[in-house]
Each structure stands twice: as structure tokens, then as C-alpha cells.
Design a protein around this ligand. Structure first.
Ligand code: DX5
Ligand code: ZN
Length: 215
């Protein structure tokens, strides 16, 4: 069954602990943490101190999506703050292989993120070294944007790449995922779906998660 990773970017920050517990109780598989620096993306969110504060509040893996320049400089901070998965944008990493090794050396799962316009070719030569590919279906920076349907064939392309090599790489999709767009992602081969507004924007969190999961 596909995993669901609620994005706390859409949570009420004044009660972040409760908001995380609530999605955990509602059946979430990961907690997706969107880190933005105001340079790589035009928005600023949270840093490793917030991650450290939420770490003791949940048993779920913390899936940390770094939308920052110079990711190498911050990997140690996020690893030590308790990240279980760290994903870095290929567009922000000058020496991607080195960045991946830095993450793995910290005992953290490593993933690579592709913006909507970035071709799958960008990860072809690193696919054996990573645990996750994250495909953006919006331009990163904000929650609540519309799903870019033209990315769906890329999900399929990554899925075929992973299968061809017989690898154990998770395929995550992020941006505009809801009960209508989730089936397209699942059908194309995604096995982890991030959703912010389609979960935290709903009254019944369990119902929201189930409808994205398609159960
Ligand atoms: C966008 C973030 C997403 C965002 C998703 O830059 O990476 O994780 O929170 O929000 P929705 O699901 O509302 O598009
Ligand atoms: Zn994200």
C-alpha cells in the first residue's frame, strides 16, 4: 500500500506537536518536513531546531525535504536533529554524489528531488546510491498549489528505471496531491505521497489520508 507523508507546512504552527500527533493517529506513515531558505525557493519555513523539537513527539520517520542552497553545510545539523530521510534538490547540489555520501555517512536515508522541469536523466547515474527519488509536481516554495499533470510520465520513467535495476528506491511525489490526483501518481508507480493542504485542510484527517491512499 502507498505510504502517506503529511506535510506539516500546512499545519497550525502554534500547535505543531498536536498537529503531528493527530496525523500519526490518523494513519500517516511519514512526517514530511519542508525546509525552505528564501534563496533556493522564495519562502522561509523552518530549520533544524524545529526538527529537533518535534523529534521526541512522534515515532514516525521524519522525511526532511531540503529546499535550500548549499545543502552540504546543513546536513549534519538535520541528521543530528533526528531526520530519518533527507532529500536534496539536484538543482541545488553542485556535487550531488558527495552530498549523498554525506547524508549516508550520518546513517540517514538519502534521496534526490527533481523540480518539474528537471529531466529524469539527472539521477540516472546516482540511482544505485540513493534510497528515494522525490518528484515535485509543483514548483517548490508553497503549499496549496495545483498539481502539474505533465510530471506524471516522469514518475513512470523513474519507476521503470528503478525496476530495470531491481533497486529498492522509494518514489515519492510532492505538490498538489489530493484524492483526485493521487490515483494518477500511484498508477504511474509512486509509493509515497506527500500531501499538505489535502490533509491539514480537512476536518477528518483519517478520512483525508484514506481517500488519498485510495482505500
Ligand atoms: C512545496 C512543498 C510541499 C508542500 C505540499 O514546496 O515541498 O511539500 O507542502 O503542499 P500541498 O500538498 O498543499 O501541495
Ligand atoms: Zn515537500
Amino acid at each position: 500500500m502507498v505510504k502517506i507523508a503529511p506535510s506539516i507546512l500546512s499545519a497550525d504552527f502554534s500547535k505543531l506537536g498536536e498537529e503531528i500527533k493527530a496525523v500519526e493517529m490518523a494513519g500517516a506513515d511519514y512526517i514530511h518536513v519542508d525546509v525552505m531558505d528564501g534563496h533556493f525557493v522564495p519562502n522561509i519555513t523552518m530549520g533544524h531546531l524545529v526538527l529537533k523539537a518535534i523529534r521526541p513527539l512522534t515515532e514516525l520517520p521524519l522525511d526532511v525535504h531540503l529546499m535550500i542552497e548549499n545543502p552540504d553545510s546543513y546536513i549534519e545539523d538535520f541528521a543530528e536533529a533526528g531526520a530519518d530521510i533527507i532529500t536534496v534538490h539536484v538543482e541545488a547540489a553542485t556535487h550531488l554524489h558527495r552530498t549523498i555520501q554525506l547524508i549516508k555517512a550520518k546513517g540517514v536515508k538519502a534521496g534526490v528531488v527533481l523540480n518539474p522541469a528537471t529531466p529524469v536523466d539527472a539521477i540516472k547515474h546516482i540511482i544505485h546510491d540513493i534510497d528515494m527519488v522525490l518528484l515535485m509536481t509543483v514548483n517548490p516554495g508553497f503549499g496549496g498549489q495545483s498539481f502539474i499533470q505533465n510530471v506524471v510520465p516522469k514518475i513512470k520513467e523513474v519507476s521503470e528505471l528503478v525496476q530495470t535495476h531491481g533497486l529498492n528506491v522509494e518514489i515519492e511525489v510532492d505538490g498538489g496531491v489530493n484524492a483526485e490526483t493521487a490515483p494518477l501518481c500511484i498508477e504511474a508507480g509512486a509509493n509515497v505521497l506527500v500531501a499538505g493542504s489535502a490533509i491539514y485542510g480537512k476536518k477528518d484527517l483519517k478520512d483525508a489520508i484514506n481517500s488519498i491512499r485510495g482505500v
